[in-house]
Design a protein around this ligand. Structure first.
Ligand code: SAM
Length: 201
């Protein structure tokens, strides 16, 4: 079975099995166990949606373009802050030899990313964590796909934290205070959003 088939299977597993299990266990609110699971799953998911962005994966065409444009080298430290299903860090690690780490706050998406990590046999790390609490000062390249409200809040912290020369590659939304080094324009025909690339001075 190839990776694409396994990806489809894992999507089915999460949507068709995991979500119904969580739904069913959460039906009985007298059961403290069910309620705890529901809270543990839903609170971080809602936080991730409100504070960062909901889980909407970057189209694969764009992922490959973004990674190519970021000129990742073997051994580079790469982060995806809000990594979703891990698609960016897996390619960065498997095909470019990067030391790649993705942070994901939504439990279901995190589990999905772990299943995909197993399928891709990737050395990239997926951490169940709020990226805002993490020190990524050793980054060579940082990828993100976050809402403008979140970008506004993290821009200053990233400016202070990242070392000069670090590249920041943002899908769909820009970092308005940073000097752009490259912009990949929106592709209306293919429905692809722009890519914004910055380099920390
Ligand atoms: C728009 S998706 C992008 C996923 C992936 N980066 C991609 O490009 O395909 C944003 C992801 O960030 C996660 N997220 C949002 N806020 C976060 C936070 N503070 N810490 C970790 N993950 C977060 C969401 O759960 C969601 O999966």
């Amino acid at each position: 079975m190839n990776s694409k088939m396994l990806d489809l299977l894992s999507t089915f597993l999460v949507i068709g099995v995991l979500i119904p299990i969580i739904y069913l266990t959460s039906q009985n609110f007298n059961n403290i166990f069910s309620l705890t699971i529901l809270i543990l799953v839903s609170v971080p998911t809602i936080m991730a949606m409100i504070n960062g962005a909901p889980f909407v994966p970057t189209p694969m065409d764009r992922v490959r373009k973004m990674i190519k444009l970021s000129k990742i080298k073997q051994g580079d430290r790469v982060y995806d802050i809000g990594c979703g299903d891990g698609r960016i860090v897996y390619i960065a690690a498997n095909e470019y030899g990067a030391k790649a780490t993705g942070f994901e706050l939504s439990p279901l998406v995190y589990i999905y990313a772990l299943i995909r990590k197993f399928i891709w046999k990737s050395k990239a790390e997926i951490k169940f964590a709020n990226f805002k609490m993490k020190n990524i000062s050793d980054a060579d390249v940082v990828f993100c796909y976050l809402l403008p409200e979140c970008i506004d809040k993290i821009q200053n912290d990233l400016t202070k934290m990242l070392k000069p020369g670090t590249k920041i590659v943002s899908y769909a939304f820009e970092f308005p205070e940073w000097k752009l080094i490259h912009k990949e324009e929106r592709d209306k025909k293919l429905g692809l959003a722009p890519v914004w690339i910055y380099e920390k001075k």
